[in-house]
Design a protein around this ligand. Structure first.
Ligand code: DSN
Length: 389
């Protein structure tokens, strides 16, 4: 193999082994997922969909894509005929973009949580294409409780009449009431899209409420709590609105070319793993670990945004909480000692996104490595010791 690249990959492998990953959006995939990802499927072009491809030689790719779709429905307990899934999005941002391209006329409104409250760039933020082609109607969390205020969101939605409402976030630790979001969407005639990228694995493992009973569209990345390769999927409800057909057209040929079939195969492997009984234990442990980590940090005087967590994710206010250390400084100090986190804005942010007021922690990766509650106590103690210095 190319020695120069081999050395760098080895370096990254060692870095991953020697450090502790507390980045909420990262995880460690199984050997089987890696094998599928590094397979000969990377050599194949498969524009189109099973049975309707543009190039020959699709005997195996068709079977792989169909199997991946079946496993996706099974992992989230969905029935064929009620839900469809597109497994071709290359990642989360194109998946969300494809949904809007399919369902929201240009210039119309996307209602999404603002970035500093925990939303994602692709929920209509102005620096993303989603905020340039469409207009974002932002919503946030309650100033005091730092949790979602459904009444406030309902009022905004009724006044603004967005075409689509996005629930599901990138830095929101708490449970989301999808039933209430359904009522809000119905009150203003909007499509309800849930971006479950962060908590998809917890949904599959039964450790976080499922959005499928209430959403019209569910997007997810495949590499966070779901523990698959980097990629994404778009689930759409089958009814007279023909969402699956519109979404398929928007993904290809609307937005993407050939799907990465090695990634689709690796996603299929991860989905089989996520449907297995051991994954339930894993998902429960992820949440139990996050709760202990939040409590233990709180006991040591760290202000936890919203007071705790219901998921894998914790937002720590390192600045306004009285400790006076910025997110960038905290992240750099922790990295020096082998703990990898990301700096993060917090609701009501007063600093810049490059050096915000907090850090975001997540327990998906350490739980894959076998961490339990007692390890969380030690991690909280280590974080406290490092940041106090
Ligand atoms: N970068 C992802 C995250 O860390 O949450 C979202 O795109």
């Amino acid at each position: 193999m190319d020695k120069e690249i081999q050395k760098l990959i080895k370096g990254e492998e060692v870095r991953q082994k020697k450090t502790m990953t507390l980045i909420a959006s990262e995880n460690f995939v199984s050997k089987d997922v890696l094998t599928a990802l590094g397979s000969v499927l990377t050599n194949k072009y498969s524009e189109g969909y099973p049975g309707k491809r543009y190039y020959g030689g699709q005997t195996y790719t068709d079977k792989i894509e169909i199997l991946c779709q079946k496993r996706a429905l099974k992992a989230f307990k969905l029935k064929e005929g009620e839900w469809a899934v597109n497994v071709q999005p290359l990642s989360g941002s194109p998946a969300n973009l494809a949904v809007y391209l399919a369902l929201v006329p240009q210039g119309e409104k996307i209602m999404g949580m603002s970035l500093d409250h925990g939303g994602h760039l692709t929920h209509g933020h102005k620096v993303s294409a989603t905020g340039k082609i469409w207009k974002q109607v932002p919503y946030g969390v309650n100033k005091d409780s730092e949790v979602i205020d459904y009444e406030e969101i309902k009022n905004i939605a009724i006044n603004e009449k967005p075409k689509i409402i996005v629930a599901g976030y990138t830095a929101y630790p708490r449970a989301v009431d999808f039933k209430k979001f359904r009522e809000i969407a119905d009150a203003c005639g909007a499509i309800l899209m849930v971006d479950m990228s962060h908590f998809a694995g917890l949904v599959a493992g039964g450790a976080y409420q499922s959005p499928f009973q209430y959403a019209d569209i569910v997007t997810t990345t495949t590499h966070k709590t779901l523990r698959g390769p980097r990629g994404a999927m778009i689930f759409s409800k089958i009814d007279t609105r023909e969402f699956p057909k519109l979404i398929d057209k928007a993904v290809f040929p609307g937005l993407q070319g050939g799907p990465h079939m090695n990634q689709v195969a690796a996603t299929a492997v991860a989905l089989k793993e996520a449907a297995a009984p051991e994954f339930k234990k894993y998902a429960k442990q992820v949440v139990a670990n996050a709760k202990v980590l939040a409590e233990e940090l709180s006991k040591r005087g760290w202000r936890i945004v919203s007071g705790g967590t219901d998921s894998h994710l914790i937002l720590v206010d390192t600045w306004m909480g009285g400790k006076g250390i910025s997110g960038a400084e905290a992240s750099a100090k922790l990295e020096k000692k082998g703990i990898i986190v990301n700096k993060n804005t917090i609701p009501g942010e007063t600093r810049s996104p490059f050096d915000p007021s907090g850090i975001r922690l997540g327990t998906a990766a350490v739980t894959t490595r076998g961490a339990k509650e007692k390890n969380m106590v030690k991690i909280a103690q280590d974080i406290d010791n490092i940041l106090k210095k």
